[in-house]
Design a protein around this ligand. Structure first.
Ligand SMILES: Cc1cc2nc3c(=O)[nH]c(=O)nc-3n(C[C@H](O)[C@H](O)[C@H](O)COP(=O)(O)OP(=O)(O)OC[C@H]3O[C@@H](n4cnc5c(N)ncnc54)[C@H](O)[C@@H]3O)c2cc1C
Length: 381
């Protein structure tokens, strides 16, 4: 592990390397609305607020998508974190509304960014890992399939060189950092976005940073990992965990025909057309070590991921990048969309599935903050 730099594999893309950067906040300022966190969620909130005619300031502690939004597996999966049959059992019928809303969000992202950024290739849910099939998980796949079919959501059986499971034709894959920066670029023309501006406290009407204070009638906090640090009042409702990934040199192109999540979704990988693989997972096996806000990869999880990468590749792999990021979890996997102070709405706690849910939550947050519209039942208020 020591020979491989701790760097985000996605950042090797030319579009990320070409990002020009945005200036930090410079002094106190008054605006209609302030968005804290410029990942895909915060950027969706900025867009929704601008669309309502408000002046908007967006702040990020690092680069745009410095957190999970630029460091994740890049899976754009319909539905909630638990498979649909489990979500139905836990949340009731609103799980189906949620599923449909995330698919609509995927259509939006595709329309906005096009096929060069969003690869609409579907996804595979594999029972077990290649070479280590899991009959109990295969039985769960059958229940998953039945729930999807019952609600008219696309699903097929998968049986191939990787093993057996389900193929979900609606899903897609992205380089998450490219996605976020592509969303941010046009927003720099219509909102004041600032990088390298950590927010130190948020309360009604006021957002403090070391570079100045933003006074705003509406504040949307769109930080997933570390949400309970930015808003300590949410401790106990969300809990931050480290999630880890690695990237490899190219292996046989087409080995993974689309993003694959396996072993109950705990391990996952996507392969780019040039053969490079981006592999994550293992959190469940080291769960106590992974709670908290550290983002340095650990030797134990990375060693585990080396093995997963080789199993998924079907051949030995050479690792080129290792990294980690923070994501927040909730007890029942329902994300938060909640007013924490008058005019201050927090979203987050996507339980490892925020790529499509985040923007849906962002728009619900704006509707709550501006119109008092209660968030849909699939969010925890
Ligand atoms: C390794 C990994 C793999 C994952 N894989 C997937 C996947 O394949 N598909 C999927 O749907 N989800 C996945 N997730 C979850 C998903 O990445 C997140 O839920 C989602 O990206 C959250 O995005 P966000 O914009 O809401 O928040 P984040 O990206 O968590 O945070 C937004 C921004 O807030 C900033 N910030 C934090 N604190 C402050 C502060 N005090 N002041 C100012 N700014 C601050 C950060 O710098 C960051 O840029 C994964 C997560 C990880 C970590």
């Amino acid at each position: 592990m020591s020979a491989v730099p701790v760097e985000v594999g996605w950042d090797a893309d030319a579009a990320v390397a070409a990002w020009h950067g945005l200036p930090p906040l410079a002094g106190d300022v008054t605006t209609d609305a302030c968005v804290v966190g410029l990942g895909a969620t915060g950027l969706a909130a900025v867009q929704a607020l601008v669309d309502r005619g408000l002046s908007v300031i967006g702040l990020d502690a690092g680069r745009v998508a410095a957190g999970a939004a630029g460091r994740n597996g890049g899976f754009l999966l319909g539905g909630p974190a638990p498979p649909l049959h489990q979500a139905l059992a836990q949340w009731g019928d609103c799980a189906v509304d949620f599923y449909r809303e995330t698919l609509r969000e995927l259509d939006r992202v595709f329309e906005l960014l096009g096929p060069d950024v969003v690869r609409r290739v579907g996804s595979i849910r594999l029972a077990g890992l290649p070479g280590a099939p899991d009959d109990a998980e295969l039985a769960d796949c059958a229940e998953h399939e039945a729930a999807l079919r019952a609600h008219g959501i696309g699903v097929e059986r998968y049986a191939g060189e990787l093993g057996a499971g389900l193929f979900l034709p609606d899903d897609a894959a992205v380089n998450p950092a490219v996605r976020a920066l592509a969303l941010a670029l046009p927003l720099t023309q219509v909102a004041a976005l600032h990088e390298r501006t950590p927010v130190t406290s948020v309360r009604a009407g006021t957002v403090d940073t070391p570079h100045g204070t933003v006074s705003a009638g509406v504040v949307i906090v769109a930080v997933d990992g570390r949400l309970e640090i930015v808003l300590p009042q949410l401790r106990g409702r969300v809990r931050t965990s480290r999630l880890q990934m690695l990237a490899t040199e190219p292996v046989r192109p087409g080995r993974l025909p689309c993003p694959v999540y396996c072993r109950w979704g705990y391990d996952y990988a996507q392969q780019l057309p040039d053969g490079r693989m981006f592999v994550g997972g293992g959190r469940d096996l080291f769960v106590e070590d992974e709670w908290g806000t550290r983002t340095q990869p650990s030797a134990a999880v990375q060693h585990y991921l080396d093995g997963v990468a080789a199993q998924l590749a079907g051949e030995p792999v050479t690792v080129t990048h290792r990294w980690a990021a923070s994501a927040a979890f909730t007890a029942d996997s329902r994300a938060l969309c909640t007013e924490v102070d008058p005019g201050v709405v927090a979203v987050g706690g996507y339980s490892g599935h925020g790529n499509l849910v985040g923007p849906v939550a962002a728009r619900a947050a704006v509707a709550l903050a501006l119109d008092g519209t209660a968030p849909p039942a699939y969010f925890a208020g």
